[in-house]
Write a protein that binds this ligand. Sequence first.
Ligand code: HEC
Length: 131
Amino acid sequence: MRRRWLVLAIGCLLLLVAAGCGGGETASPTPETVEGTVPTETEGGGAGGPEGDATAGKEIFTSAGCGSCHTFEKAGSSGQVGPDLDESKTPYDEAVEQIANGGGAMPPFKDQLSEKQIADVAAFVSASESG
Ligand code: HEC
């Protein structure tokens, strides 16, 4: 009897560990619980890459002319050609995609902006911070 309890207990533990690895949380390219040195500035971007820096993105938004087509309150712009970015709350990955490759009446920006700049401006316009 006692031994069976032990087996059960170990089984539960293993299950818990397995669940702890995958359960609930979405996989993130940047592990949050790693100890030691984590590179703070990583090159790259795009889907699967590190998320951009929204503060840097604000300047890119202005200098790349996004505001001439998009209304976006945080950038103080009121363009009417594209969707109101305050309303659309585009997810980060979709914003990266849209900015890099364009779509609809929006031109692609991958020749003008680096991957990092696209990641930055996508972070600035995407909904990630509001939930
Ligand atoms: C020439 C006008 C124009 C410029 C410049 C422009 N956009 Fe757009 N943008 C559009 C249009 C039009 C759409 C809608 C495309 C569609 O209907 O598929 C759009 C769509 C988007 C979307 C998706 C919104 C949604 O609701 O799906 C994002 C995000 C976006 N633009 C961000 C930017 C950023 C960031 C810049 C600057 C790097 C930029 N845009 C520059 C016209 C523009």
